[in-house]
Design a protein around this ligand. Structure first.
Ligand code: ADP
Length: 738
């Protein structure tokens, strides 16, 4: 028989071999590949086609190495296999093989050399089948076995003597297999059982298994906690033959658990002793946790809360608390600093105030768990605040409290009324931004007090209501400014009046001095005349010369008369000082002028004076005084006439609320340097011999005009004439004039 290459259709000579045929016929599972002595493929069975993915035509004549993995080819595995097959007559083939598409399968089979009957070497036959699944199962079992050997496994006989002691047990408990085998396990490990051993054994017998936590002592004396599971292994007689014990070290878990418990216990103590009320409610608003303080605030013991809905615990709250908590659940947002009173919550006993925070509580995955509540008793604060508020309301001052930015925190009702703004318009607003008059008058000093932390005191006038004054005292605090202020308009007005009066008093004192001086000086004149002539008259009479005395007596009489005139003028002037004047509806100066002209009829006739007047206004003044004023000015204009016939002109013009009236003449005039002093008492520029007069006329005029808030002044060109101007307030309704 010969081994020859042939295509797949031609019968393979090798198949005549009994052995090969047997393989082929027996099992289609096997891929059968025949190789020539050089290792080239000469036959390729249909199963080989399927298993390796190559059609026969593609591989015949190719190297048999193609079915090996790349790594095996690199390592010379195909050659090794052939050598081994030749040497031993068979080479087992248990390895990963490669398919045409590159995927691998685990193959199991053998390679056998083929010889002719004469012993001539013809080639090899390789038979392989896919054992991938099997391989995987074996591998995983091996892994399991490895893990089991690592686990803490003990097998005891029914007397608890150790018959198996795993690697894991060695590692966990420290005893070697030699030390452990044959010992009673709970004696070796000084096991601490959670319940007496007898109970455990009784349960184990009944159920065939047991589990629980044990504490064992290692060889090194360390305590180890383990979760232990026992399973009975029944013998043929259905009684327990051995006990399999699996232990899991839970020391770290136990420790962590213990620490957690301790932390929780501490937290509980903390919560229980906290001086604030702390509670937690689930989503249905049932109390889950309540500390003593909260229970005390609610007026019910802790157990009365747990598991009960909020409205059942505090039915008197009329749903208030329930609504607040529901809002937190719905909005998932906290309700902070809610002020609640025992009254609102329907809690019996003395009135108390609470400040409560209600906030949503979430799990780590942001799921709503319920509502937390923290409550403070603020009764004391509230009462103190109330007291302070009452004090601030009862003080006479207006009061404001500002924060560091000047925002209004508090205000008493007096200040509010003064500012004429509702409370809401002011609270929380920067004072000088809402009130423009504070901005203009008080912002700077208040800001200075805040910035420099120094008290400031100042007076400010309201620009809204000019004339309204306040006195402000501002004191910095830790957080802002306390401002006290009061209206001082009355005091300010009184002060103003006082100053005005002082001024007038000063003026009147000066006038009095002048007056006294002038009076003593001017009255001395006629008095001296009288004394002199009286002496002369006495001499004459003593000498019996009665006729000579008559002349002296006449002169004495004239001086006395002059003195009397002076005195009466003085009296008139002095009276003016206290004369209030009655400025009724107003005086028509045209009619006053008419009367004055009548009175001056004689001198007008004597001098041939001509008086012209524009229509004169109605002024707010007293008619008698107006008569006096015009009579003096026109009288002087006639009296101090020049050689020419006196021509007198009256004019009127309006300036604001005043009328200016001028009296112009063409008389002798006067030196302008006296234009001020001629208005003083007893000032006379033109000798007393030529012109009659007392020097009081212009002083009286000045006093009259000034009485009404007007002014009087004069201008003159000597030899040409003089003009006297005066102003008087216009009557509200001017009847005539322009
Ligand atoms: P008398 O009683 O002297 O007139 P007045 O006070 O009326 O006193 O006037 C003061 C002085 O002013 C007069 O003495 C006179 O010298 C001067 N005087 C007043 N009016 C005129 C006038 N129209 N023309 C010139 N001088 C005048």
């Amino acid at each position: 028989m010969t081994l020859s290459s042939s295509n797949q259709t031609s019968p393979i000579p090798l198949l005549t071999d009994e052995y090969l045929r047997h393989i082929l016929e027996d099992s289609l599972e096997y891929a059968v590949v025949a190789l020539d002595p050089a290792g080239m493929i000469v036959s390729w069975s249909p199963t080989a086609e399927k298993l390796f993915g190559y059609p026969a035509a593609e591989v015949l004549g190719q190297s048999g190495k193609i079915i090996f993995t790349e790594e095996d080819r690199r390592n010379g595995v195909p050659e090794e296999e052939m050598t081994l097959a030749l040497e031993k007559g068979r080479a087992a083939d248990e390895r990963w093989h490669a398919r045409k598409d590159g995927s691998l399968f685990f193959g199991s089979g053998a390679m056998t050399p083929i010889r002719a009957e004469a012993g001539e070497f013809l080639g090899f036959v390789k038979a392989v089948r896919d054992r991938t699944d099997y391989k995987k199962t074996v591998d995983s079992m091996k892994e399991k076995a490895r893990l089991i050997s690592l686990a803490n496994l003990i097998v005891r006989d029914r007397d608890n003597k150790i018959v198996f002691w795993s690697k894991g047990a060695v590692e966990d408990f420290g005893f070697t297999q030699e030390e452990a085998l044959g010992k009673i396990s709970h004696e070796l490990l000084k096991t601490e059982f959670p319940v007496p051993l007898a109970h455990i054994e009784e349960e184990f017998k009944r159920l065939g298994h047991w589990q629980g936590e044990l504490i064992s002592t290692t060889k090194g004396g360390r305590k180890v906690a383990s979760a232990s599971r026992w399973v009975a292994n029944l013998g043929p007689d259905q009684t327990v033959s051995t006990i399999l014990e699996v232990n899991n070290d839970i020391t770290t878990r136990r420790k962590a658990e213990q620490e957690r418990q301790e932390a929780l216990a501490k937290l509980n103590i903390l919560l229980a002793n906290a001086p604030v009320g702390i509670g937690f409610l689930d989503q249905d608003l049932r109390y889950v946790h309540v500390n003593e303080a909260l229970a005390e605030m609610n007026g019910r013991p802790v157990p009365d809360h747990i598991g009960r809905r909020v409205q059942d615990v505090l039915p008197g709250a009329d749903g208030l608390l329930e609504r607040l908590l529901e809002e937190v659940v719905n909005s998932k947002e906290a309700q902070l600093n809610r002020e609640l009173s025992t009254g609102e919550l329907g809690i019996q006993g003395p009135g108390r105030y609470f400040s409560a925070n209600f906030f949503p509580v979430f799990t780590e995955s942001k799921q709503l768990l319920g509502v937390g509540t923290i409550v403070w008793d603020i009764t004391d604060q509230k009462q103190t605040r109330g007291k302070i508020k009452r004090i601030l309301e009862s003080i006479t001052d207006m009061y404001l409290s500002l924060d560091s930015e000047g925002r209004v925190i508090d205000i008493n009702s007096k200040a509010q009324a003064f500012m004429n703004e509702p409370r809401e318009a002011l609270i929380g607003k920067v004072l000088w931004e809402v009130l423009p008059y504070v901005k203009t008058n008080s912002q700077l000093p208040l800001q200075r007090a805040l910035a420099e932390r120094t008290p400031v005191h100042f007076e400010a006038e309201s620009t809204m209501a000019p004339g309204r004054w306040s006195e402000v005292h501002a004191y910095p605090t830790e957080t802002g400014l306390e401002v006290y202020f009061r209206e001082i308009t009355g005091r300010k007005q009184a002060e103003g009046k006082l100053i005005e009066r002082g001024k007038r008093l000063g003026q009147s004192n000066r006038e009095l001095e002048q007056f006294a001086y002038a009076a003593s000086h001017d009255l001395q004149g006629p008095l001296r005349t009288i004394t002199n002539f009286a002496d002369l008259a006495a001499e004459k009479i003593g000498a019996g010369q009665w006729d000579g005395a008559t002349e002296f007596l006449r002169r004495i009489s004239a001086a006395a008369e002059r003195m009397s005139k002076l005195i009466s003028d003085l009296l008139a002037f002095a009276r003016l000082g206290s004369f209030k004047g009655h400025a009724g509806a107003g005086v028509d100066l045209n009619s006053v002028l008419r009367d004055v002209k009548n009175d001056l009829d004689q001198s007008i006739g004597q001098t041939g004076a001509e008086i012209q007047s524009e229509p004169l206004p109605v002024v707010k003044a007293d008619s008698a005084l107006m008569h006096e004023l015009l009579q003096n000015l026109i009288g002087n204009a006639i009296k101090y006439h020049s050689s020419e016939r006196p021509r007198i002109r009256l004019k009127a013009s309006r300036t604001g609320s005043f009328w200016e009236i001028s009296v112009e003449d063409n008389g002798i005039g006067f030196d302008p340097k006296y234009k001020e002093t001629i208005f003083d008492v007893f000032t006379r520029l033109h000798g007393s011999g030529r012109y009659e007069g007392s020097g009081m006329g212009l002083a009286i005029c000045k006093r009259i005009v000034e009485r009404y808030g007007g002014q009087i002044w004069a201008e003159s060109v000597p030899g040409k004439g003089s003009t006297f101007h005066f102003t008087l307030p216009a009557a509200t309704e001017s009847k005539s004039a322009k």
